[in-house]
Design a protein around this ligand. Structure first.
Ligand SMILES: *Cc1c(COP(=O)(O)O)cnc(C)c1O
Length: 384
């Protein structure tokens, strides 16, 4: 199946009982049994729910995976994958990544005895230097959040496997439509479904996709044993969102490319981070690894303090200042004070997340309206 067909038809198909075209929402916590253990495959909704089953099938199909598991948030999915590790294990992680992922590693799993090294994963030789005999996992975000650096999935998968480690790819920014990490031999894909897959900023959800049966069984056990599962109504909303994923991604990417080009020549912008610009350090890799460069654009405004950005927030009419990304509406964010505030200032600086860094989640509105909105607000930033 090609992409638009796949997105519209992924999941269980028509309801066999009624012919309902849309997946029914099974708002039930429990299921009748004929005799103890004699039932139709469903016992309790933490373990299984038919709406979630349909969603998990759809997610697996989108990612080209054998298995998918849905969780109550992207971080719950991250938590489940990190629980595959044991105290004493070592993990190599992208230096530039989502603040919450950094926080769960440093503040939750490090005290439990897992070691993390944050390195520049765009360069396989830097990753190779970081391997130790106890390295069990390489965790990358590509494109990364918020600087949109691109790491080479196939090369890192190969490297990880030579060291007997697993490669995990947080595919949130790219979505399964733009990038297929499992095809490039990554072992596990993690998503914040909250973002593009859900696509409408109306729910929180996460997912894990993979091909390896024993690892799937462990994660399935954790999903039920820990219990961070999504509600049936949210599963339905994501099934609905998935139907337009390729359509939305095409418009997100088209708008982002034009906005990145507009910003690149703007006098109040000193640097633009977008994998679709020739000036991006991994432009060629992105072209080869991704269908399109994505809907996220970051840029460095020429300001000396975060306060200088006030006129930007105050004068935007279409872009909303908010955390999160991937919805149909355009959002703007200052990573240093919002999404990445959980990273200590020194670390943030070392990562390149400066006070003047602005991250755009470019929506699917008309391109010209978005550019006019940015142009007007940027011009209100007073003389520097
Ligand atoms: C938002 C996000 C997460 C966390 O997902 P939640 O659904 O907010 O828990 C993880 N990785 C990336 C890249 C994200 O943007």
């Amino acid at each position: 199946m090609r992409w638009h067909t796949l997105a519209v038809h992924a999941g269980l198909g028509h309801d066999p009982q009624t012919g309902a075209v849309m997946t029914p929402v099974y708002l039930t916590s429990t299921y009748a049994q004929k005799a103890p253990g004699i039932h139709k495959g469903y016992e309790y909704s933490r373990t299984h729910n038919p709406t979630r089953t349909a969603l998990e099938m759809a997610l697996a199909q989108l990612e080209g995976a054998k298995y998918a598991l849905a969780f109550s948030s992207g971080l719950a999915a991250t938590d489940a994958v990190l629980r595959l590790l044991s105290p004493g294990d070592h993990v190599i992680v992208s230096r530039d990544l989502y603040g919450g992922t950094y926080r769960i590693m440093r503040k939750v799993f490090e005290p439990w005895g897992i070691q993390f090294d944050f390195v520049d994963t765009t360069d396989p030789s830097k990753v190779e230097e970081a391997f130790r005999p106890n390295t069990r996992m390489v965790w990358i975000e590509t494109p990364s959040n918020p600087l949109l650096y691109v790491s080479p999935i196939a090369a890192l998968a190969d490297l990880a496997h030579r060291w007997g480690a697993k490669l995990v790819v947080d595919n949130t920014f790219a979505t399964p439509y733009l990038q297929a990490p499992l095809e490039a031999e990554a072992d596990i894909v993690v998503h914040s479904v909250t973002k593009y897959i859900g696509g409408h900023s109306d729910l929180i959800m996460g997912a894990v996709m993979l091909n390896d049966a024993p690892t799937y069984e462990k994660l399935r056990f954790l999903q039920n044993a820990v219990g961070a599962v999504p509600a049936p109504m949210d599963c339905f909303l994501v099934l609905r969102g998935i139907k337009t994923l390729p359509l939305r991604m095409q418009k997100h990417c088209e708008n982002a490319q034009k906005i990145a080009e507009f910003l690149a020549t703007h006098p109040k912008v000193s640097r633009v981070y977008y994998p679709g610009l020739l000036t991006h350090p991994q432009y060629l890799l992105a072209k080869q690894q991704m269908k399109l460069p994505g809907g996220m654009v970051s840029f460095e405004a020429k300001v000396s303090s975060p306060e200088d950005l006030m006129p930007l927030w105050e004068n935007l009419r279409i872009f909303t200042l908010a955390e999160s990304l991937g919805g149909v509406e355009s959002l703007i964010n200052n990573p240093a004070s919002l999404t990445h505030a959980s990273i200590p200032e020194e670390e943030r600086k070392a990562m390149g997340i400066t006070p003047g860094l602005v991250r755009l989640s470019v929506g699917i509105e008309d391109t010209e309206d978005l550019i006019d909105d940015l142009a007007n607000a940027l011009n209100k930033i007073y003389k520097i």
